[in-house]
Unconditional design. Structure first.
Length: 152
């Protein structure tokens, strides 16, 4: 039985978040369309724009592979429009340095919300746009190489 579009998109976001936590870069790539529009400008010093999915995955792998991660999302709202969809959800990203048990200050967490866009390719949904709207960072930003430097 084919899941409803809403269930398929919900599950896609779950797999996407899981791919970070398990460092399953192949799974992450499977969640993405060939080219995706990114806007992480509220989090990192990087202008919005299009990137290839392979470039996106490589950048996440480089920046996060050394950390213990947990990505959570709530309050998911999905809007369908034919073979496209949008979704908004709140997020909480927990990042811990591998030596966290020895030095509890070695963490860097973020909260905010995501705006996703999706495209249906055949029977499969793919993420083709990600906008991260940061509410607050907590902890040591030096643990994450992609974060926007603090203002002087």
């Amino acid at each position: 039985m084919t899941p409803s579009p809403e269930k398929a998109i919900h599950d896609l976001i779950c797999r996407f978040m899981q791919s970070f936590d398990e460092k399953d870069w192949r799974l992450m790539r499977e969640c993405l369309d060939e080219v995706i529009y990114l806007d992480y400008s509220s989090f990192r010093n990087e202008p919005p724009g299009e990137v290839t999915a392979d470039s996106y995955v490589a950048k996440r792998k480089s920046a996060l592979n050394h950390l213990k991660l947990q990505h959570n999302f709530t309050n998911l709202i999905i809007t369908l429009d034919g073979n496209t969809a949008t979704a908004r959800c709140n997020y909480q990203i927990l990042r811990f340095h591998p030596d966290f048990d020895k030095a509890p200050a070695l963490f860097f967490h973020s909260v905010g919300h995501y705006q996703f866009k999706f495209l249906q390719r055949g029977t499969t949904w793919k993420i083709n746009s990600i906008q991260q709207i940061l509410l607050q960072n907590i902890g040591n930003p030096e643990l994450h190489t992609g974060v926007r430097p603090a203002a002087p």
